[in-house]
Design a protein around this ligand. Structure first.
Ligand code: BGC
Length: 455
């Protein structure tokens, strides 16, 4: 850890209009997987695949937020939040992904939005946080260009219903993670292990983002539109600085970071030659006009940051990928997930974005940052993690990066994808047998931080 709440630079003084929030996602908290006409999502299917999720856990009930959102908004009120980032379940609203709309799904989000506004908390929905309607996956999912069009139609439906009250929208959550874990390696839904043949899922998600942006702007006057990208600083081990290692790091950076940020902010794809791209099939995927659609102006870039990635040259270059993932040799503290705790990586991400994109970089919002820690209410390690990262973002701001808000992942312990309920990211502990919510020490700490920033 570089800092904690006792560090001399703590607490940083952020601008008075800086937005403080928490983030969640529909499949991870809502439950009610089969209620009020909701269609199946790829996660409803994937969790039933033997071995896909630790201990066979599912999101069928999750935090039962669908029935307990009032209680959860009361918790947010106690935190004194400015904003709440949540996601809309596409199959709850359009059960088969295209065509017929389910009014009860829209009604749920309508009630949620009104309750947030009553509590003085700005709703900040994400349109897609990985729970694609299964019917669309049956037609190829994000490998099929049509999914981008269906996504824009769904965006128009929700904008029509919620756009009178919701002004800040996030189109996609982490298209890199969805492409790579879902379609590249098959460890997330839809569980396809296509390696580089997953790349069209990147382009079609980005195209969906661009088309949805246009739909939102048509329907919601004054909409503020963001996308949330997972960003990682790519690092080399200090004992391995050969040219091959540097080339591998650059190739990884192109795949994880620039493949998603460049088309949005520069209107072009990065050099993907390390991946044998562009090949003729990629030319068929990226059609004339797509990049202009994708690069439509954004009001903000959402950055989700958890940790850096260490890379070496591949041990077996014939194995398919031009890099190997490595472990740092430094003895970093680790989260319960085993992820290294590296707050300065967030400063590096933010200053790196500014250096690469300059004036093309819109204001940045940290739309996720947090850590899994062992169960229990005394979570000083989480407080240290959060204070270190908030200090790190203040340092980036002092170096000229325009950061407007910070959303902690997450309000509640929840369904952590392939890890089921084994990784706990919440400011609030959830007993999944009783649905009892109990705020942790970090909850009071975050509440006090927000209050102090305002005083
Ligand atoms: C995702 C969240 C997830 C978190 C922790 C992010 O990649 O957007 O859904 O729970 O990381 O793994």
């Amino acid at each position: 850890m570089t800092t904690s709440s006792t560090d001399a630079t703590w607490p940083p003084r952020l601008p008075a209009d800086f937005t403080w929030g928490v983030s969640t996602a529909a499949y991870q908290i809502e439950g009610a997987a089969d209620e009020d006409g909701k269609g199946a999502s790829i996660w409803d299917t994937f969790v039933r695949r033997p071995g896909a999720v630790r201990d066979g856990h599912t999101g069928d009930v999750a935090c039962d937020h669908y029935h307990r959102f009032d209680e959860d908004i009361a918790l947010m009120g106690r935190l004194g939040l400015d904003a709440y980032r949540f996601s809309l379940s596409w199959p709850r609203i359009v059960p088969t992904g295209a065509g017929k709309v389910e009014p009860r799904g829209l009604d749920f989000y309508d009630r949620l939005v009104d309750a947030l506004l009553d509590a003085g908390i700005e709703p900040t929905p994400t349109l897609f946080h990985w729970d694609l309607p299964q019917s669309l996956e049956d037609q190829g999912g994000w490998l099929n260009r049509d999914t981008a069009e269906h996504f824009a139609q769904y965006a128009a439906v929700v904008a029509e219903r919620l756009g009178d009250r919701v002004k800040r929208w996030i189109t996609l959550n982490e298209p890199f993670v969805h492409m790579s874990f879902g379609y590249g390696f098959g460890v997330h839904a839809p569980g396809r292990a296509l390696l580089l043949d997953a790349l069209p899922a990147a382009h079609h998600q980005l195209l969906g983002h661009g088309l949805a942006t246009a739909a939102l702007r048509n329907t919601v006057p004054g909409a503020q539109i963001l996308i949330s990208n997972n960003c990682t600083p790519v690092r080399l081990r200090s004992d391995a600085r050969s040219d091959e290692d540097s080339a591998a790091a650059s190739a990884y950076d192109a795949l994880h970071n620039r493949l998603f940020n460049d088309p949005l902010l520069l209107g072009s794809y990065p050099d993907l030659s390390a991946y044998g791209m562009p090949d003729p099939s990629w030319a068929g995927v990226v059609r004339d006009g797509d990049l202009a659609t994708i690069a439509a102006p954004l009001d903000g870039l959402g950055v989700n940051y958890y940790n850096p990635t260490w890379i070496t040259a591949p041990a077996d270059p014939a194995a398919g990928l031009p890099f190997d993932l490595a472990e740092p040799e430094e003895p970093y503290e680790r989260t319960a997930f085993g992820w290294p705790v590296v707050p300065d990586g967030l400063t590096a991400v933010l200053t790196g974005l500014k250096a690469r994109y300059g004036d093309a970089l819109p204001p940045v919002w940290i739309t996720e940052n947090g850590c899994s820690q062992p169960a229990g209410l005394q979570d000083q390690a989480r407080i240290d993690y959060l204070s270190g990262h908030i200090t790190a973002l203040a340092r980036a701001m002092a170096q000229g990066v325009d950061v407007r808000g910070y959303f902690t992942w997450s309000l509640l312990d929840n369904f952590e994808w392939a890890e089921g309920y084994h990784q706990r990211f919440g400011l609030v502990e959830v007993d999944f047998a009783t649905q009892q919510r109990t705020p942790r020490a970090s909850f009071a700490w975050y509440r006090d931080l927000i209050a102090a920033q305002r005083s």
